[in-house]
Design a protein. Structure first.
Length: 75
């Protein structure tokens, strides 16, 4: 598996984890109120978010830093 395919798969699964942590955060705030939610629950979406930032920037800029292709032969 190339690094690009691994990065896309990693980004996809990390986005699912991020979405679940955000949903859990809203559920916890809904049940307990904002003042009584532990900091661990409040800040739990941040690590997946930073991982998504890194993998997303890689995917955005890999096009510009990729190998140069040979120009198509004129027929």
């Amino acid at each position: 598996m190339t690094y690009s395919r691994f990065n896309r798969s990693f980004h996809r699964w990390t986005s699912m984890v991020f979405t679940l942590t955000v949903i859990a955060n809203f559920v916890a705030i809904g049940f307990m109120g904002y003042e009584s939610v532990p900091a661990l629950v409040t800040y739990s979406p941040l690590p997946p978010l930073f991982l998504l930032l890194g993998s997303g920037l890689f995917m955005a800029f890999q096009h510009y830093f990729g190998r140069r292709r040979a120009p198509a032969a004129a027929s």
